[in-house]
Design a binder for this molecule. Structure first.
Ligand code: NOJ
Ligand code: CA
Length: 664
């Protein structure tokens, strides 16, 4: 009897001592206090955060945590052991980019948490004046060494049910979809960056993705979105295999008053580590053409046969054209063994050191070098990362031995899973992708990746990771086309992640070989060189469509490396106007595009330095141009422009205007 009484007294005591101590919330302000983050623990020790921007709540109570293997739940039972705050303020220089100097100014809050069972987890917040980044750290600890993440339960409980521009996740064409606009409460599984419209513009994404799966967002039928990590494979539901000490990618919430503010928001780059490659003077932005569009419009083939496009004679024609017009590179696809079989069904046999017999790589490399041009290698992997991994070193040595300073990679597969059931965006692919970046760095090769892992700003750390596709690009305009508003959505959505190899430049809008009209106009194609940022910028069309064309002058002149970027105006899915100053010069370039609607775009040239005069060449749709009837009609005007000049441009539907501004 006595024993039983004791037990009754003891049990409540034990429960009480297991309860985390109730602790006040901790607040972090950004340097100018525009952005605030609050971190707290509920009475049951569940971690949460909230965030506000310019006095308005953006994120309401959103819980944080994990489910690990061995039934370890890191969702509650936490207490705050200690916390610390630091500040950081520096301006750093990008070796190449859309903005040379970038300010990295934030306040940081680290919260050291411990569960009642003794597990340690840190949450680190950085509050910038234009957004919030946070990540989890698993410190080295006795109870966690190698472990599995079964779920990351990070929430983004938005204060308003804003409209979101989204593409679906886990679908067969990866990121290659057009964007739909719906309320957050209507979302299911969507990719990031996810851009939200409203009084505050918000973009949710991630930064510095290493050794971990990509983040997808899952809707809940309310304005709350939750993190959905891509599983390891179709047969392995584990999300991540991790070893302590480990830090997750940053979860990012970028904030702005205008849609265009998100485009010049460099928080994701700032959340990545500085350049680890040292001297990267070998990473040189530029323009390229390629043995590419001709395959898409049925004039050539990747595989061997009478129409095999990657043959020595044809490639020489491209090299000659590149040399005459100042292009740095000539992309050659279909040059290597492996294209003759059913590669899209997982049976890839691509060999990255064996050219087809009609492609004389030695002769062509020399021919190109003599003309100051280089060949851009192509590694289509068919998503067989095992095959590619096994050849990585020899493949990149081969590129380097032949002066190929850039490679375009590709990961087209049938469906959203790779061979072996691996997910395109899962941890295995993320790790493979990093090995590719490092192989490229070893052999001083720039990488332009198609069907990639989404960009999380790694180019800061690995500046040879220059550009990616990872969205529905020009290739679809040879295969059924895209909605006319697509390119007016891309800069505000996919573009927020980083450079995008859209491959603009169609001049033969009415494609003779297919009878198809590309949904664009020549003037809008030129403006895309400004609206969509890429350091390696392609001119996608055939040399014969460019040869002698007056509008080619704009592509010849336009820069691909910038001192600064200004978004002059823009509304997602409607229009955008961007001005950029060419790095190392005082020249500027401007591009404005519209969706299917005609509209007047007013360009105020007040971004130019006061007192200077510029010779402007204005490349526009001709007065009688129209889409789809007369999309190739163009006009070129000359005008002197100063910082006082304001011009109203009447754009036709699918139209645009591109302007070069050379300082006099
Ligand atoms: C898809 C890429 O996006 C495209 O650019 C390339 O030509 C094909 N794969 C073939 O590799
Ligand atoms: Ca693609």
């Amino acid at each position: 009897m006595k024993g039983i009484v004791r037990l009754f007294i003891l049990v409540p005591l034990i429960i009480w001592s297991c309860q985390p101590k109730s602790q006040p919330a901790v607040t972090l302000d950004s340097p100018s206090k525009k952005v605030n983050v609050t971190f707290g623990l509920t009475p049951s020790g569940q971690p949460y955060y909230t965030s506000s921007f310019e006095g308005s709540s953006v994120v309401d109570t959103s819980y944080l945590g994990f489910e690990l293997d061995d039934e370890v739940s890191l969702k509650s039972g936490f207490s705050l052991e200690s916390s610390s705050q630091t500040s950081f303020n520096e301006t750093w220089e990008q070796p190449w980019g859309e903005q040379r100097l970038i300010r990295n100014n934030y306040n940081e809050l680290t919260l050291n948490l411990k569960t009642t069972e003794g597990y340690l987890l840190n949450v680190v917040f950085r509050a910038f004046d234009d957004g919030v980044g946070f990540r989890y750290e698993f410190p080295e600890q006795e109870k966690l060494d190698e472990f599995q993440v079964l779920d990351e339960v990070t929430e983004f409980n938005l204060s308003n049910d804003q409209s979101a521009w989204w593409i679906p996740a886990y679908e067969g064409n990866r990121y290659e979809y057009e964007f739909t606009k719906s309320k957050v409460s209507d979302l299911n599984l969507v990719h990031t960056p996810l851009t939200l419209e409203g009084e505050t513009f918000v973009a949710i994404h991630e930064a510095a993705l290493y050794d971990y799966p990509s983040m997808v967002l899952k809707g809940t039928g309310s304005s709350k979105l939750v993190c959905d990590l891509v599983p390891y494979s179709t047969t392995d539901p584990v999300k991540a295999y991790v070893q302590t000490p480990f830090a997750t990618p940053w979860r990012t919430i970028q904030l702005g008053k205008q849609a265009g503010d998100l485009i010049t928001n460099y928080m994701i780059l700032n959340l990545n580590e500085p350049n680890k490659l040292g001297d990267v003077s070998w990473v040189q932005p530029g323009k390229y053409i390629g043995v590419w569009w001709e395959m898409f419009i049925n004039l050539g083939t990747w595989h061997q046969g009478p129409k095999h496009a990657a043959n020595t004679k044809n490639v020489k024609k491209y090299i000659d054209f590149a040399a005459e017009n100042g292009f740095k590179g000539v992309l050659v696809e279909g040059w290597n063994e492996g294209w003759d079989g059913p590669w899209m069904n997982g049976g890839t046999k691509f060999d990255f050191t064996k050219p087809y017999p009609d492609y004389d790589v030695e002769e062509l490399s020399k021919y190109a070098a003599d003309k100051g041009v280089y060949i851009i290698g192509h590694h289509e992997t068919g998503a067989d990362i095992e095959n590619y991994d096994s050849q990585l070193d020899s493949a990149y040595k081969f590129l380097s031995d032949h002066g190929m300073k850039t490679v375009k990679t590709g990961y087209v597969e049938n469906g959203d899973t790779l061979p072996n059931g691996l997910y395109h965006h899962g941890q295995a692919f993320v790790e493979h992708f990093q090995r590719v970046i490092e192989a490229g760095a070893k052999y001083k090769t720039m990488i332009v990746a198609h069907e990639p892992i989404h960009d999380t700003g790694k180019r800061r750390t690995y500046p040879n990771m220059v550009s990616r596709e990872g969205a529905k690009g020009q290739e679809y305009n040879a295969m059924g086309g895209t909605a006319l508003n697509h390119v007016t959505v891309l800069p505000f959505t996919r573009g927020l992640a980083g450079p995008f190899d859209y491959t603009p430049g169609v001049f033969g809008v009415k494609v003779k070989s297919t009878g198809y009209t590309v949904p664009t106009t020549i003037a809008r194609e030129l403006a895309l060189y400004l609206a969509i940022y890429a350091p390696m910028q392609m001119a996608n069309d055939l040399p014969e469509n460019y040869e002698g064309h007056p509008m080619l002058q704009f592509i010849r002149n336009v820069a691909t490396d910038w001192e600064t970027t200004r978004v002059l105006s823009g509304e997602i899915g409607k229009h955008i106007a961007v001005a950029r100053q060419a790095r190392g010069t005082e020249n500027w370039f401007v591009g404005a595009i519209t969706n299917e609607d005609s509209r007047t775009t007013t360009i105020n040239f007040d971004f130019l330095p006061e007192g200077a005069t510029y010779q402007a060449t204005i490349y526009r749709n001709a007065d009688d141009a129209s889409y789809p009837a007369n999309p190739e009609a163009f006009a070129i005007d000359q005008q002197e422009i100063t910082s006082e000049t304001v011009i109203d441009f009447d754009l036709i539907g699918a139209g645009g205007v591109a302007i070069s501004l050379m300082k006099k």
